[in-house]
Design a protein around this ligand. Structure first.
Ligand SMILES: *Cc1c(COP(=O)(O)O)cnc(C)c1O
Length: 462
């Protein structure tokens, strides 16, 4: 043996398993996990050439076990100011949606079973009635997300044929969803008309031919073209489509079931209006402005929805009972428009008054200052929240928050270290760094008590 003398004094695995601090962990974490953690810790000591006291080894073993027991997916405080943050899971669901999903998880349920008439049903039927009621559509179907909805609609209605779309609407959503690529994946042929900034009714009409399958409009969710611009309304494109016996397909991206301007928010297209304007099929997301689970909703004409539903891809893209239950729970809230901004977290957070957020900032300024220690100054600031997820990109919502500024010059590295400490808290706190300061937009902070607990932990971590 030529191991350093130091590490020859390390205890054996068995001895550590009988240690007073380790033995109780066996029942909690399981024998295998504890043995592995002890082995890993002893190996780390050997590699480092150290032999700590047994109590210290036991503490490290506990830390290893606790770290492994912590779930990968964890709740966080989203203080970025982006309400529907794609990286943070977009919409936070309503209690009703959570309850309904939990019920579906705990028990067998009538997912594809008709209780009246007792026979096999379609899982879509669970929410189709609600979707039709809320949008005025004849029929509806649901898939995993809106990207899947667009893919399925194009594959079912336009495979091997032409889809006519304005050059101003060749959207890319967050990297991997690009309209031309989705067309190719669906084996539809994209026929671009007009220019980036101007498209006219005659452009659509002139592109229609024997190979045409549909006219399409895509809502420019995450960008705006301004200046010398012209586009054709859904109603006009629908008129051209219908005169040629073709359907108009509209991808709304976010879409909304209610007119957000009545809630004091920037306007987004309302699904019901787009259908009323003549769109034959409309697709939109479940977890953007709708405020529900990740899902792609397809609503429109009965015959077209039936074709979409029959396509083999539908089976591959269908949502689970958990999602359908959460979606039903979410959609039901729209039957009571007066309490929407109370019941749906997305709309509640988006409409939260700035005064209320500023009062919260005032209450948290001192605790935050105390938790951070002498090196930092904490100020109350006006900030601008964003809806996020590509919704309403050019409009912001006035909000309030805290900004953390170093008292020292050239604090870039210290600022990054502070952001890392906040992200390492038991419930991570995520803000954003801009102009050499850390900004915490408090629009999405509802659990004030929980946040104060994190500040306590932050103070200890100094
Ligand atoms: C967000 C968006 C999509 C993709 O929707 P997901 O639900 O993220 O799959 C597609 N089209 C538009 C216009 C969008 O805004």
């Amino acid at each position: 043996m030529d191991a350093p003398l130091q590490t020859q004094r390390l205890p054996a695995v068995d001895r550590m398993l009988r240690h007073g601090r380790i033995a109780p962990l066996l029942a909690r974490f399981g024998h295998l996990e504890v043995v592995e953690a002890v082995r890993a810790e002893l190996a780390a000591c050997r590699a480092a050439g150290t032999a700590p006291e047994e109590a210290r080894i036991a503490d490290s073993v506990f830390d290893r076990l606790a770290a492994r027991a912590r779930p990968a997916l964890r709740p966080m405080f989203n203080l970025t100011g982006t309400v529907l943050h794609t990286n943070f899971g977009r919409a936070v669901l309503s209690e009703a949606a959570v309850e309904h999903a939990a019920t579906a998880m705990r028990s067998p349920c009538n997912l594809e079973y008709r209780l009246e008439g007792r026979g096999r049903g379609e899982r879509d039927e669970l929410v189709e009635g609600l979707l039709c009621e809320l949008t005025g559509a004849e029929a509806a179907t649901v898939v995993n997300n809106n990207a899947a909805a667009v893919l399925l609609v194009l594959a079912a209605l336009a495979k091997g044929r032409d889809v006519i779309l304005s050059r101003g609407e060749l959207v890319e959503i967050g990297g991997s969803f690009r309209i031309p690529d989705v067309m190719r994946a669906a084996q539809a042929r994209l026929v671009e008309v007009g220019t980036t900034n101007r498209t006219h009714a005659s452009d659509y009409a002139g592109a229609i031919g024997p190979r045409s399958a549909a006219l399409m409009k895509v809502h420019a969710s995450n960008y705006a073209i301004s200046g010398f611009v012209a586009s054709v309304t859904e109603a006009e494109v629908a008129t051209i489509a219908h005169a040629n016996n073709l359907p108009l397909v509209v991808d709304l991206g976010s879409g909304s079931l209610v007119d957000l301007s009545t809630l004091g928010l920037p306007r987004e297209p309302v699904v019901r209006d787009v259908l009323a304007a003549g769109a034959d099929v409309v697709t939109f997301s479940g977890d953007k402005l709708l405020g529900g689970p990740q899902a792609g909703l397809i609503v429109g004409r009965k015959d077209l929805i039936a074709r979409i539903r029959k396509h083999p891809l539908k089976r591959a893209l269908r949502p689970s009972k958990i999602i359908l239950a959460a979606l039903e729970g979410t959609l039901r809230a729209y039957r009571c428009p007066d309490s929407l901004t109370r019941n749906l977290p997305t709309l509640r957070l988006l409409t939260r008054p700035k005064d209320e957020i500023a009062l919260l900032a005032a209450r948290l300024q001192l605790p935050m200052t105390a938790a951070l220690g002498g090196e930092w100054r904490v100020e109350i600031v006006d900030v601008a929240s964003q809806v996020g997820s590509g919704s309403l990109p050019v409009e912001t919502i006035p909000s309030a928050g805290l900004t953390v500024i170093s008292k020292r010059p050239k604090a870039g590295a210290a600022l990054n270290a502070l952001a890392a400490r906040l992200a390492a808290l038991p419930v991570p706190v995520i803000g954003r760094i801009a102009d050499n300061r850390l900004i915490l937009d408090l629009r999405c902070l509802e659990d004030e008590a929980g946040f104060l607990v994190q500040l306590g932990d932050l103070e200890k971590s100094a």
